[in-house]
Design a protein around this ligand. Sequence first.
Ligand code: SF4
Ligand SMILES: [Zn+2]
Length: 139
Amino acid sequence: MKCLECGSSYARKVGPIVAKDKVVGKYKIPNAEYFECKNCGDRLYPFKTCQLLDKERLKTMKKRLNMKFEKYEHHGENVWVRSDLKGKHRENCLCMVCKKLDVMNSKKNCPIANAVFKNCKKFNLVTPMWECPKFDEKK
Ligand code: SF4
Ligand SMILES: [Zn+2]
């Protein structure tokens, strides 16, 4: 197979792979198959290697963020939550500091917030609003 970058050819290799991304930083798998261009160094990863990298990425992310999970009863339903974020949905929700939120009057309340709340009720979710195009800061 010809290199997608320079047209040269790939060599099959087996060895350690170091990957990196913005959220997780560096992570490494010890021994996996890959193809590397003899000329420009471009790499192709077979599906199995991609799976190993994904698994390692998840493991590293959980470790770096010290992610733990727990189950507890919320509004009569057993739900899962990240332990470090339990009970923090309000302080992370844009709606809490938005002029358009009016929980006392669902007719006047923001239609987006109403729709999200309806969905939360339906599936027993807690969904803090992280980003919103209609946000209007309450001063
Ligand atoms: S406009 Fe956005 S941030 Fe404001 S209440 Fe509605 S959903 Fe929440
Ligand atoms: Zn190349």
